[in-house]
Design a protein around this ligand. Sequence first.
Ligand SMILES: [Zn+2]
Length: 426
Amino acid sequence: MSEIALDVKDRNEMLARFVRYVQVDTQSDENSTTSPSTEKQKGLSRMLAEELRALGCADAAMDQWGYVFATVPSNLPATHPAAGKAPTIGLIAHVDTYQGTLGGGVKPQVIERYDGRDLVLPGDPRQVIAFDANPNLARCKGHTIITSDGTTLLGADDKAGVAEIMTVVAWLARHPEFEHGPIRIGFTTDEEVGRGTEHFDVAAFGAAYAYTLDGSDVAEIEDETFCADSATVTIDGHDVHPGYAKGKLVNAVRVGAAIVERLEREFLPETTEDRQPYLHPYDARGDVTKLEIKFLVRAFADDELKQREEALRRAVAEVKELFPGARIAVEIRESYRNMAYKIAGDPRVVDYAFEAVRRLGLEPVRRAIRGGTDGARLSFMGLLTPNIWAGGQNFHSVQEWVSLEWMAKAAECVLHLLGIWVERSA
Ligand SMILES: [Zn+2]
C-alpha cells in the first residue's frame, strides 16, 4: 500500500497543468443558444481529452457538447474482496469560466512561499488582494499562491478542479500498486450559465456516485443546496387618457409597486444569510396597462419555500382588494431542489468524503450552498453528487486566487476517498 501524498514532482506537474489550462479562454455566454454556448470551450476540452489519453485513458473523448468523458478502469485483482463490488466513482469539474469578468489573455502569477503581504497585481496595481480583507490568506502563509495579473479573472473556478482531477489520474498512473475501483472522469461545459448538465447523460457516464470539485475552502464538503422556484406576477391594468381617467384608470405600475411594498423585509436577499430563506423581486418591466414582475424564491427546506410563496400570494390578494379593476396572476415554476433530500437516501456518499478529509488530518466542514450546483441537478437525475472543495477564492473577480497546497489537499482527498470506497465494498 502506497502512502497517499503528492510529492514535489506531482505538485509541480499540477501547477504546470493549472497554469496551462487558465491560459485557454473558455468563457461561456448566457445569451447564446448553442451548445456549448461558446465554441472556444472546446479548446480546453480537446486538450484535456488528449492529456487523458496520454495518461492511459484509452476511451477519453470529447462529444459535440464539449463534454469530456473518460475511464480509469479498476485495477483490483480478481481475488480482491472488493473486485466487481467497488462502485464506479465519478469525478466532475467544469471547463468554462464566468462571462462577467474578462476571461481571455489570462497571465497567471505564481507567488512562492507566500509571506503574508498584500498582493499587488502587476497588470493593474490598483488591484490589491489585501491580507486583511482576505482572511484565508493567513491560512496560506508559506503556500504557493496563484493570481491573475489583475486585468482578468484567474479561472480557478473551476480549472483548479480540472487540474486536481487530472493530477489524480496522473498519480494513479504512476502508482499502479494503489488499488482502486472503476473511475469515470467528466469535464462539462456551460456550468456558469446554468446549463452544465443540459446534455449530461447520466446513464452513459455510468457512475454510481460522483463528486464535483468546484470552489470553496480546504476541508469543505458541500452536500446541501437551496430549493429554488421562480415566480412571475403578471398585472393587467386598464389604460385611459390620464386627463379623463377619474374612476376608470387602473395603473399596473402602481399595482406592482403595492405588491413589492408588501414583501416582508426580513426575507430579502439583502437581509438574509446562512440558512435563511428569501423572496427576491429582481426584474420588473411593463407600463400602465401591463406589468410583469419576476421573483426568485429560495430556501433550504421545501416547507420554507412554500411559506415564501404563500407570502407572495397573500401580498397579491391584499393588493387585489385595493385595486379591484386589476387582473393579477401568479405563476410559480420549480427550478431545483436541495440535494440533501436525495443524499439522505444514501448518506455514504458524504460520510466517506468526511472520512477522506479526516485521513488528511483535517476536520471536515459541512457547508450548505446558497445557490444551486450541477451536483444538485445530477443528484435529482439519479447520480448523487456532493461537492469537494477545489480551493479557489474571490470567484468571478480579477482578484481571484488559489493556493497550490489547498489544490494538492483536494487531490489527496479524492485519492483517500477512492481507497475508502474499496475498503467499504470489500
Ligand atoms: Zn464553478
